[in-house]
Design a protein around this ligand. Sequence first.
Ligand code: F6P
Length: 334
Amino acid sequence: MRITLSRYILELQRRTGTTHGDLRLLLEVVSRACKAISIAIGRGELGGALGSAGSDNSQGEVQKRLDVISNEILLEASEWGGHLAAVASEEMEHPRPIPFPYPKGAYLLLFDPIDGSSNVDIDTSVGTIFSVLRCAEGVDPAGDAAFLQPGRRQVAAGYALYGPTTLLVLTLGDGVQCFTLDREMGSFILTHENLSIPPDTQEFAVNTSNQRHWEPPMRRYHDELVMGQDGPRGKDFNMRWVASMVADVHRILTRGGIFMYPRDRRNPAKPGQLRLLYEANPMSLIVEQAGGAATNGFQPILDIAPNALHQRVPVFLGSKNEVERVTAYHREAT
Ligand code: F6P
């Protein structure tokens, strides 16, 4: 029996009574936008999607054409449905309110339209990450403050992975489900149910070119991993790094592992590479829902009270026992 994304959400709604109809519509809209992005990526150079857009985003990073195209696809898809109060994107400095004359809804949508965009031009996997929050009563949805909620308050989080197949991975707080895009039918079909991350692993993901900038607890943890059988861990570890968080996290959801983007000393204003609201929070909810753990080296990422829309955090996530070990090394060092 083929279970589409819409049917999965509808049945979850009936079973638990917790998923509001508007949330289902919102997730359907996001999934349609991901299909459109998947098509743009598939056309590549033929559709003018590759290369630089010749502009910078709000944080001074060079935008790829695909960043701009995907941001527009998600904005256009989400403004007319009546289920959103405002939208925030990694590509925009401030949230965008739902424009007149569309009705406003109860939810806030955050997204990173193209994560790992340096991979676009080399035909390697990239993804879209999204997170859904409720807009608190009486708060101006167009202000940054509406979005500054701890990740634990997310009502849904997910990502699309544009790889050899296009996948949509979603959690509504009831486990993690993976849907595969049936390109002929244009539907996401449930193909991998209740993804689960094993607590132990022999695989890690980190950009080791930054090693000399890392802090001592991270160096200690990494040194022990690479010493393998000859070191205190007594076993060999393998290393993988796609440089696209979506692809690296998807591997961990598939076969376990630990993903790390630690704090480093390159730029004190940037205590990590990854954005709390657009990357770390949605991925942490997915990982926790799959039985894994996610911390910033000291506390669960989902418990961090955000202080800025584009705040960055160190990230350690994946197989529970490894995340707990690296977190313990950080705590011991303070
Ligand atoms: O912040 C975006 C991102 O591209 C992630 O998707 C990825 O994990 C990381 O940055 C790659 O960083 P680096 O280029 O330093 O390896």
